[in-house]
Design a protein around this ligand. Structure first.
Ligand code: C2E
Ligand code: CA
Ligand code: CA
Length: 608
């Protein structure tokens, strides 16, 4: 077919090829189809033939028009203008081409054109719907792809968040995740002995090392340590993670017991003792390990906390060792912590009181002095002895405030006895080492004496052998100032430390209190002559230096007797009187020492 083919009828029949050509020209501008010109004319010729067939068929079938409308759309002749041009051409030209314009032909043509229009319109609509479907499907697919990409990214992020960038090992979060999983496994095999153990390994003094070597070398050392520990962990079937800084965690799954966990810790320690070679340096590191056996309720946070506590114990013991977590030890520590936290409140509420124990003249039985012993009237735990809180107060620095408060209390009581009693006993107050080091102690004590009206020689301060001999310079000056104030000074627990007896001469002290352990050796039927010799020597030493010697821990009459024979001046102990309240002491003094009467024997039993 050529573009120049004429349109019209001929004797040979309708010129359908020419008609098709005309048709192609009519819709030419309206359609944007992939077919080239000859292809279009050929396609339209085929349609023209079928239309002509329908027009002239014996039985008319309008669906041909419908199909042709559909096929036009299928060939991408979808534009409404294409349909318009086609309708105009068919109605205007087809009857002429076919050579018939009777009523029947006009009716058939109208039906065909109508059906063609409907077919075209429906096909266009269906195609639009299909297009929407495709768009919808594309959207769904795009969303699915985005979700997959997001999941991959999330996974990568999660992986990164669970790993330590320096060593590539699981980090704390990664470790927790694995421990939680192991905890579930452990729960599932309840009844079996094998449990998961965790060792937290920390390099000792790593901070000092990086300070001197620089952070980069420090990092390289950590990587090398991580590599060595990884090799060890692989060999031992364990999992390794890096916690913060120079801390690693070794998870020992299926550990048979604390011994096996401790063995793993021991081996890890010895692996680390081998020197490390980083750059040109040979580095030696030591480590400490905290060991926990069995996952505490499978809660990774609790497990790690327990392991860190045990690690702290190992470090506090000097490092280069492991320590196994012990719940009882931990509970005691927690209690200690709670107690020390409660000290300031207890002091402000006035919960600390004093009990007084007599220092008795072993010859006359007279009460020469009374030692003030601290007690804590705890609101829930009841009365607590000093070994439950004095150490804590010393550790936290509270002892300075507490000691001064107790001193004031003791002076108030003693001032009262001073008034009710003809020969009042002095009050003997324990002074902690920190108090002696405190600048202004003398001024504080002078102020207390002033406030309470107690004569200075009615106050004795007990300082332990250790703190007395540690004093030098300013603190020695403090002791001199106190002595100048007229206050008595006694060395407490004498004989237990490493006192330099020559130095003792230079100290402005008035008395020695021999530690209870010496008196204890005087108990029983067979008394070691050497113990007697030591005691006698100590008493003599005190007397040579013109000091009053008091023996502590006198628990029976035989001990009191022997001490008196040895020349000991005073005794203190359950046999001579138990620590008792200020009120009872006051009543007792008024009764036995009020009129200057002296007790011939140690105190009557009911006052002990
Ligand atoms: P310390 O100064 O050696 O006090 C004597 C301790 O021995 C007292 O214990 C006393 O109750 C106990 N004791 C008395 N007689 C006997 C006996 O016959 N046998 C035995 N086995 N023990 C006897 P306490 O009251 O528990 O005081 C313990 C320690 O607490 C005191 O030892 C002292 O170092 C310290 N302390 C007590 N009160 C204070 C205080 O106010 N300040 C300071 N810094 N320390 C205090
Ligand atoms: Ca004492
Ligand atoms: Ca003592």
């Amino acid at each position: 077919m050529s573009r120049s083919a004429p349109a019209g009828t001929s004797a040979a029949g309708p010129d359908l090829a020419g008609f098709a050509h005309e048709w192609a020209v009519a819709i030419g501008d309206t359609a944007l189809v992939p077919l080239d010109w000859p292809g279009r004319v050929e396609f339209l010729s085929g349609l023209a033939v079928r239309l002509a067939g329908a027009m002239t068929a014996r039985t008319f079938d309008a669906t041909v028009g419908y199909q042709i409308g559909t096929e036009l759309v299928a060939a991408d002749f979808t534009d409404p203008d294409t349909l318009g041009a086609t309708v105009v051409l068919l109605t205007g030209r087809l009857p002429a081409v076919l050579g018939g314009s009777g009523v029947r032909a006009r009716r058939r043509l109208a039906e065909l054109v109508g059906a063609l229009s409907v077919g075209h319109a429906r096909a266009v609509r269906d195609r639009a719907l299909d297009g929407q479907e495709a768009v919808r499907r594309a959207a769904v697919e795009a969303r699915a792809r985005a979700e997959i990409a997001l999941r991959v990214a999330q996974r990568q992020l999660l992986e990164a968040s669970l790993h330590d960038p320096l060593t590539g090992l699981p980090n704390r979060a990664g470790l927790h995740e694995r421990l939680a999983r192991l905890g579930t496994v452990e729960d599932a095999r309840t009844g079996q002995d094998a449990r998961t153990a965790v060792c937290v390994i920390a390099l000792d003094a790593f901070k000092g090392l990086t300070d001197s070597l620089g952070p980069r070398l420090g990092d390289r050392l950590l990587v090398t340590v991580a590599a060595r520990l990884t090799a060890f962990a692989l060999h031992a079937g364990c999992l390794l993670a890096r916690l913060d800084g120079a801390e690693f965690a070794l998870v020992v799954p299926g550990s048979a017991g604390p011994d096996e966990a401790a063995k793993a810790a021991d081996r890890a320690l010895s692996v680390l003792r081998e020197p490390f070679h980083v750059d040109d340096h040979e580095l030696r590191v030591r480590a400490s390990v905290g060991v926990v056996h069995g996952l505490v309720d499978g809660d990774p946070v609790e497990v790690m906390r327990a392991a860190e506590i045990a690690l702290h114990w190992a470090q506090a013991d000097g490092g280069d060792r492991w320590a196994l977590f012990d719940p009882d030890r931990n509970a005691a520590q927690v209690l200690r912590y709670q107690m020390s936290a409660a000290l300031p409140g207890a002091l402000s509420r006035g919960e600390f009181t004093l009990a007084y124990q007599p220092l008795v003249d072993l010859t006359s039985g007279r009460i020469a002095g009374l030692e003030a012993l601290a007690r804590w009237q705890h609101p829930t735990l009841g009365e607590l002895p000093p070994d439950r809180f004095i150490g804590l107060a010393e550790d936290t620095g509270m002892i300075v405030a507490l000691g001064l408060r107790l001193l004031e209390q003791a002076c108030q009581h003693a001032a009262r006895w001073q008034q009710s009693c003809r020969r009042p006993p002095y009050v003997s107050v324990n002074l902690a080492a920190d108090q002696i080091r405190q600048v202004g102690l003398t001024a504080d004590i002078a102020a207390v004496l002033e406030r309470t009206g107690l004569r200075p020689n009615q106050l004795q301060l007990e300082i332990t052998e250790g703190s007395a001999f540690e004093v030098a310079g300013e603190t020695l000056a403090t002791l001199r100032a106190l002595a100048d104030l007229g206050v008595r000074l006694a060395i407490d627990d004498f004989g237990t430390g490493y006192a330099n007896h020559v130095y003792l001469r230079t100290l402005p002290v008035h008395g020695l209190k021999l530690d209870g352990t010496f008196v204890r050796s005087l108990r029983g039927k067979r008394i070691d002559a050497r113990d007697v010799a030591i005691m006698t020597n100590l008493i003599d030493l005190g007397h040579v230096l013109d000091l009053t010697v008091t023996a502590e821990g006198v628990e029976n009459a035989a001990q009191a007797q022997r001490l008196q024979e040895m020349g000991c001046d005073l005794g203190q102990g359950w046999h001579l009187g138990r620590p008792t309240s200020a009120e009872r002491v006051g009543r007792m003094l008024a009764r036995f020492q009020g009129g200057g009467r002296r007790t011939t024997r140690p105190l009557p039993r009911r006052h002990r």
